[in-house]
Design a protein around this ligand. Structure first.
Ligand code: ADP
Length: 430
């Protein structure tokens, strides 16, 4: 009999990945699939596409390893919303995708929710629910709302109506009191809301039919999941307060583990609960997309090699792709600042990288001012994380240890949740 293994799956915007890990966190197998984009009446049938991908990934797991998979968890895109008949499990409408806006529901949501609550955005799960509720004429007697990850997990365990407090944040769940707030419970549609568990909680056994068809073991359990961005943070294993992950992708996003919950709608700052801690996040519009407007990735590599990171750049830019910034400066009219451009491209790139580092430092400093645990160490994810010179520049500007995160795949974070669920689960309690 082999070692126990834990399976995590990540359902992103264009495809899904899996990571199979052991107790020590070693990756034993991994893989990915693009969504097949099955069509129904000239639009993508997302539910069938996701379902097919889920089972395709299960088939991709090496046969010899499947019998040692003791738990499974899944993360999905945040605010992707599915409304189902709770008796039959049939969907009652097309899923609402993460970025879809239901602005028609905003006035109604704003009239019940506290000012600046995370649900007060057209793409929030609650706006999607209210929009559907107001436009659907059925009796809605047996209806349940699930997020993408919940729905996929339901296909595996068969218990309808369970979610986690990370996915449920944008439908209005309050993870601090571990309850839906009174202003939400007063609404007629509150009865369709799922019950909530902490991410990585054992929910049920893997369905027997799937278990026998694929060769998973009898005691394989399915655990509640999380959102894709929380799963990506979990992957870096920054599990102590003060540890942070900066994502240097097209944009710059920072996430810091804190003992205190921090929220400030002006800056788009909010916190996800992670057991007894809070994951505080903020996202700037600066980042790699601007670099790509000026340099090719190849130039970025060549020019970076010539930068002396110990030296401070005299240039002070604010690289933005368009007008407007939210975090760490809330100014919808802020103009990009990328001048003066020195004759040397090396100096120019140095100035841009250093300016982005200053914005990152300002971001962490703002989170502290808003009440979070001060940052102590920064891990880095995203396309910019491979730039060693940038890491050195950031260490100097932030005055902190900075390194590339060893793991950044959300699927790896989901696998860690599966491991957590398996270790906390007592036999026979499902
Ligand atoms: P996305 O947010 O689109 O998923 P990625 O995480 O793939 O982005 O990162 C892509 C970004 O990484 C690009 O915008 C590019 O400017 C940046 N990038 C690529 N190579 C380098 C490099 N050597 N140094 C700094 N940035 C880089």
């Amino acid at each position: 009999v082999g070692k126990k293994l834990y399976l995590g799956m990540d359902f992103g915007t264009s495809g899904a990945r899996y990571a199979l890990i052991d107790k020590e966190g070693n990756v034993r197998a991994e893989g990915k699939r693009e969504y097949p984009l099955l069509m129904i009446e000239e639009t993508v049938d997302w539910l069938q596409s996701w379902k097919m991908t889920l089972f395709a990934l299960l088939k991709d797991i090496p046969v010899g390893l499947r019998s040692t998979v003791v738990s499974i968890s899944i993360d999905g895109t945040s605010a992707t919303t599915i409304i189902l008949d709770s008796k039959t499990g049939e969907s009652l409408c097309k899923p609402f995708l993460y970025n879809e806006s239901c602005a028609d529901a905003l006035p109604s949501v704003k009239s019940i929710a506290p000012a600046n609550h995370t649900v007060c955005s057209g793409s929030s799960t609650l706006c999607k629910l209210v929009s559907w509720w107001n436009s659907d004429n059925s009796t809605k007697e047996s209806t349940v709302l699930l997020h993408q990850a919940d729905w996929l997990l339901w296909l595996l365990h068969g218990k309808l109506g369970v979610s986690d407090y990370n996915n449920a944040l944008k439908v209005g769940y309050d993870p601090e009191i571990e309850f839906y707030p009174p202003w939400l419970l007063l609404q007629p549609y509150s009865r369709v809301l799922p019950s909530i568990q902490p991410p990585g909680t054992a929910i049920g056994a893997l369905k027997e039919s799937i278990r026998t068809e694929y060769g998973f073991p009898k005691d394989c359990i399915i655990c509640s999941g999380t959102t894709d961005s929380v799963a990506a943070f979990l992957a870096a294993r920054a599990s102590q307060p003060g540890k942070a992950v900066t994502s240097l992708g097209s944009t710059l996003a920072i996430k810091l583990l804190s003992t205190r919950r921090v929220e400030d709608a002006r800056f788009g700052v909010y916190s996800h609960r992670l057991d007894d801690k809070w994951l505080v996040g903020g996202a700037s519009n600066t980042g790699g997309a601007v670099l790509r407007q000026i340099f090719t990735d190849e130039q970025l590599e060549k020019l970076s090699e010539q930068i002396n990171p110990a030296e401070a750049s005299p240039f002070d830019y604010y690289p933005l792709q368009g007008v407007g910034e939210r975090f760490p400066v809330a100014d919808p009219k802020m103009e990009p600042r990328l001048h003066p451009r020195p004759a040397s491209d090396v100096e120019y790139l140095h100035g841009i990288l250093e300016s982005i580092a200053r914005i990152e430092a300002k971001g962490y400093s703002l989170l502290k001012d808003l009440g979070s645990t001060p940052v102590e160490e920064v891990f880095t994810a995203g396309g910019g994380s491979k730039n060693e010179k940038w890491i050195k520049i950031r260490e100097r500007v932030l005055g902190l240890p900075v390194s590339k995160a060893l793991q950044t795949e959300a699927a790896y974070g989901a696998a860690l949740l599966a491991m957590k669920g398996a270790s906390e689960h007592k036999d026979g309690s499902l």
